[in-house]
Every structure is written in structure tokens, then in C-alpha cells.
Design a binder for this molecule. Structure first.
Ligand SMILES: NC(=O)c1ccc[n+]([C@@H]2O[C@H](COP(=O)([O-])OP(=O)(O)OC[C@H]3O[C@@H](n4cnc5c(N)ncnc54)[C@H](O)[C@@H]3O)[C@@H](O)[C@H]2O)c1
Length: 325
């Protein structure tokens, strides 16, 4: 029998492949449609927890229309910044859907950063006012960056960013980098309230905490707002969840599972799963004034459809190291 080989893609290799954000948004939009039509396989993610507020999750999924199957093994450790390490780390394995043989092992930091921003953009496509021009970003780290990059693509009229972070240095670095990257007017604000009030779009991307101390009140939210709490329910108060006209999530089952673990205690009824909206079985935004929160928990389908495109582009461009299995 012939010796099988798989392609190893380091963090630098994945970054060199440089899949454009536009392609990732498009891939995720298609993946959500497939999910809404019941054409993907994705069991809820199991996890282990070795430190308070930390997780290591297994995220398997198959998306047949993309020829994508595999599993991401990803960790999130909120205290890592003290050791100058990223919050999110991990590896992703892609398998050949016809033989099960591993095709590739790749670092998943870049993929997680980009696909989460792209998932916010897909949600915004269906749930935000497309002529939105002001965004509040709370948490100016990796996700604060990729969410803004993706939203700028889907909302061309976006012009003003109000950036808040508990670290002044993080906010300054964000403003400088994202001003240069996006050309947007980025103002640093000193309180969460200033970032939220009068914003058309809100992204919260601080740490996910099991016992959060949320700040955002319902009456801070402008009619018509679209909010993406990338950090789950760490920032939004009960009044905000209850007052919004629609609460959407990327996966109903996963959201209810998190609720059973103690997260999302104050969400109102789940209006829809993003896949149902993308596939057209439920309407998204129905008028300009609806306040809508879409909590994307991060799905393995997001990772697999991004990873297969990275793998194919890496093969075409001779990026990575072939290893014997
Ligand atoms: N939903 C998903 O699919 C998904 C995917 C990846 C990451 N995440 C979550 O996104 C969050 C951000 O991840 P990241 O990789 O950008 O981390 P990061 O460490 O790069 O950035 C976090 C930023 O938040 C700031 N911060 C901390 N506490 C804050 C507070 N109370 N208010 C405002 N800012 C605060 C930090 O100073 C830092 O700049 C994490 O909670 C992570 O678990 C979610």
C-alpha cells in the first residue's frame, strides 16, 4: 500500500495562504444556507476545562457540498495575555470525506479569527440595516479587528468606529492599525456607554466569563441596532436581551447547551437559527427599527469551509510541509 502524506500548515503558512475575507464571508453564507437546509453534519461541541473561564473544545463537522470534513481542537484561555500568548490557540484536522484519511493538519488561530468576523458579517447581511454607518467595538483585540474588517466589506457606508477597551494601550494600537487598514474614522472612547449609544452596529469582544458583570442596558441601544456579542452574554444585561425584538444564534442546540452550563441565562426566546434565515425559511430583519442581537457561538462548519479553501490554495501555491502519515 502506498504511504499516505498529509499537508502540515503552520500558523505562518496559513497566514501566507492569505485567503481573502470576501471569500470567507461568501463561504460561510453558503455553509449557513446548507445548514438551514439540513445538509451539514455538526454535533454540539464537547469540551474540557482545565482553568476557570478557559475551554478546550472539539469541533467536528462535515459540509458535503464543499467536500469538507474534519475537526478543530481549539482552546480559549483568558489569562494567556499575562504570558504574552494568544487567547485562542489550536489545531485543525481536515479529512478526505471519501476515505477518512487525514489530508491536512493546520494551525487554527488565523482561521478562528477570520471566520468569526465573517460569521458576524453574514449575520449582518440578514439582520442589520445595510446603510449602517456607526459601529461600537468593545474589546479591541483579535476579534475586534477581524469583525470590523468583515463588517466593512458587507456595509460599505460604515464610516465611524467608537472603540473601547479596558486597556488604553490595546485601544491605541487598535485605532492606529485599523485606521491604516480600513481608512475608517476610529475614535477611542472611555466608557462602554459611549461606544454603544447611537451606534448602528455593536460588536463586543472581551473575555467570555461564566459570571459576567454586564454593562449594556436596553435603553443604550438605538432603534434598528444590530449587535454581535462575540463574547456571548458577557456584555449585555438582562434588560438588553429581553428588550430586543429578535435574538438569533448560529446554532439553537449549541446555544441551549451553553445555557444549561450557566451561560446565556437572560436571553429571550431564540427567534431563529442563522441557517434558517440564510436558507430563507424565516425572515431576517423585517423593519428598520428592530433591535436584533445575533450571538454566533462559533461553529465547526465555519472552520471546515474555510479550512478546505486554505488547503486547496496551499496545495496550488506549494505552501506547507508534506509529512508521512
Ligand atoms: N463566538 C466565537 O465564535 C468566538 C471565536 C473566537 C473568539 N471568541 C471570543 O472572543 C473574545 C475575544 O477574543 P480575542 O481573540 O479577540 O481576544 P484578545 O485577547 O485578542 O482580545 C480581547 C480584548 O478585550 C479586552 N478586554 C478585556 N476585558 C474587557 C472588558 N471588560 N471590556 C472591554 N475590553 C476588554 C482586552 O484588553 C483585549 O484587548 C473572547 O471572549 C473569545 O473567547 C469567540
Amino acid at each position: 500500500m502506498e504511504t499516505q502524506k498529509m499537508l502540515y500548515l503552520s500558523k505562518k503558512d496559513v497566514e501566507r495562504v492569505d485567503l481573502p475575507m470576501e471569500m470567507i464571508i461568501q463561504a460561510l453564507d453558503e455553509a449557513f444556507k446548507e445548514k438551514g437546509l439540513g445538509k451539514v453534519e455538526m454535533p454540539p461541541k464537547p469540551g474540557i476545562h482545565t482553568m476557570p473561564d478557559a475551554f478546550i473544545h472539539a469541533m467536528p463537522a462535515a459540509v458535503p457540498s464543499f467536500g469538507a470534513a474534519g475537526c478543530k481542537w481549539v482552546s480559549g484561555f483568558p489569562e494567556n495575555y499575562k504570558k504574552d500568548l494568544p487567547y485562542i490557540n489550536g489545531l485543525l484536522i481536515l479529512n478526505d470525506p471519501e476515505t477518512g484519511i487525514p489530508l491536512s493538519v493546520m494551525d487554527c488561530i488565523w482561521i478562528t479569527a477570520m471566520r468569526t468576523g465573517a460569521a458576524t458579517a453574514v449575520a449582518a447581511k440578514y439582520l442589520a440595516n445595510m446603510d449602517s454607518n456607526t459601529i461600537g467595538v468593545l474589546g479591541c483585540g483579535v476579534q475586534g479587528r477581524t469583525n470590523l474588517e468583515a463588517l466593512k466589506i458587507i456595509m460599505p457606508e460604515l464610516s465611524e468606529v467608537k472603540a473601547y477597551d479596558i486597556s488604553q494601550d490595546a485601544a491605541n494600537a487598535y485605532a492606529e492599525e485599523m485606521r491604516a487598514k480600513t481608512g475608517l474614522d476610529i475614535k477611542i472612547v472611555n466608557t462602554p456607554k459611549e461606544a454603544v449609544e447611537n451606534s448602528d452596529v455593536i460588536v463586543t469582544a472581551g473575555p467570555i466569563l461564566k459570571e459576567p458583570n454586564p454593562a449594556i442596558e436596553f435603553d443604550w441601544l438605538k432603534p434598528g441596532v444590530f449587535a454581535s456579542p462575540v463574547d456571548f452574554d458577557s456584555y449585555f444585561k438582562k434588560s438588553a436581551f429581553e428588550g430586543c425584538e429578535k435574538f438569533v444564534t448560529d446554532d439553537r442546540e449549541q446555544c441551549l447547551y451553553y445555557k444549561s452550563l450557566g451561560y446565556f441565562q437572560h436571553i429571550s426566546e431564540i427567534y431563529a437559527d442563522l441557517g434558517e434565515i440564510a436558507a430563507g425559511s424565516k425572515p431576517g430583519r423585517e423593519n428598520r427599527d428592530e433591535r436584533i442581537i445575533c450571538a454566533n457561538l462559533g461553529l465547526a462548519i465555519d472552520d471546515m469551509v474555510t479550512a478546505i479553501k486554505i488547503y486547496r490554495k496551499a496545495v496550488d501555491n506549494n505552501i506547507g510541509t508534506w509529512l508521512e502519515l
